[in-house]
Design a protein around this ligand. Structure first.
Ligand code: SAM
Length: 278
């Protein structure tokens, strides 16, 4: 365990059942979940999420840059530096779950030696199609593959990846606990699971600015750029419904991950969660 992990572990407190968010498939709260601020049948959420990403796929990357003012690049680079892919020729296999148009995978192989390969797994063919085009344009098609797959049932053998990541994807998955268990299952022992997700702003003053920006500006920006304000209304609402970092750390532990911790980034707008398959 490195010192960074120890420090992170110390910041995470135990979670309780009361913290368990919708989207956890344990217990009796399985019938419903959140789709933004709406409560919807669990079985319906995936179809609704798929519509969002089919609608925005072509303009997804441009909107990410505009909405985050480029910050998503910094957050993803931090994830990759925490991942520490080998600079040498050593073989290293990354699975990027809900990897969409491939950003995390491209950044990982570009930051590493020739032995690193990445698999982007995503449920949405539209997002993967854009990703394949980007891989070809970047000359990375030989090192990054794209697989249509549900995070809740990954079509990969046990212990087959050195690392698993999911960036801004887990809050869209209806049964987050299943996805986390799957991300652990496919990891080799000692392998890292890193999760980048929006979190809770913890800087006084920034929270009010962030709320105004999210709810007043982002849906309008979505309408202008993608012709679809509703999808971006869902995205900002889904951020608010995502569990607080301590509660999410509890879900990671419940999925069997060890050395669980998290680091808030940019005043808590985003958190980088980590765990290890022991
Ligand atoms: N990771 C990429 C990034 O950071 O740019 C894409 C993130 S995008 C906000 C969320 C992605 O989650 C979409 O590509 C969507 O199709 C995918 N997704 C939603 N539910 C999923 C599921 N059950 N299994 C796999 N991918 C899913």
């Amino acid at each position: 365990m490195d010192a960074g992990n120890l420090a992170e572990d110390a910041r995470v407190e135990a979670t309780t059942d009361a913290d368990r968010p919708a989207g956890d498939s344990a217990g009796t709260r399985t019938a419903e979940t959140h789709f933004g601020f709406r409560t919807v049948p669990l079985a319906e959420k995936q179809r609704m999420v798929d519509e969002v990403f089919h609608s925005v796929a072509r303009r997804y990357d441009l909107m990410n840059d505009l909405m985050s003012m480029g910050l998503h690049r910094v957050w993803k680079d931090l994830l990759v530096s925490r991942l520490r892919p080998p600079k040498s020729e050593r073989a290293f296999k990354l699975l990027d779950v809900a990897g969409g148009t491939g950003d995390v995978s491209f950044r990982t192989v570009e930051a590493s030696g020739a032995g690193t390969r990445a698999t982007v797994a995503d449920i949405n063919g539209g997002m993967l199609g854009v990703g394949r085009e980007r891989a070809a344009a970047l000359g990375l098609a030989g090192r990054v593959e794209f697989v249509e797959a549900n995070a809740e049932e990954l079509p990969f053998p046990d212990k087959s990846f050195d690392a698993t990541t999911i960036a801004f994807g887990i809050r869209n998955v209806p049964r987050m606990d299943k996805a986390l268990s799957e991300m652990r299952r496919v990891l080799k022992p000692g392998g890292r699971c890193l999760i980048l997700e929006f979190s809770r702003v913890d800087v006084p003053g920034l929270d009010a600015i962030y709320d105004t920006y999210s709810f007043k500006l982002i849906p309008g920006m979505g309408r202008l750029v993608t012709g679809d304000a509703e999808s971006y209304q869902y995205l900002v609402e889904s951020i608010r419904k995502f569990p607080a970092p301590e509660a999410f750390a509890g879900l990671m532990r419940a999925a069997g991950l060890g050395r669980v911790g998290y680091t808030p980034l940019t005043g808590g707008i985003v958190a980088l969660h980590s765990g290890v398959r022991i």
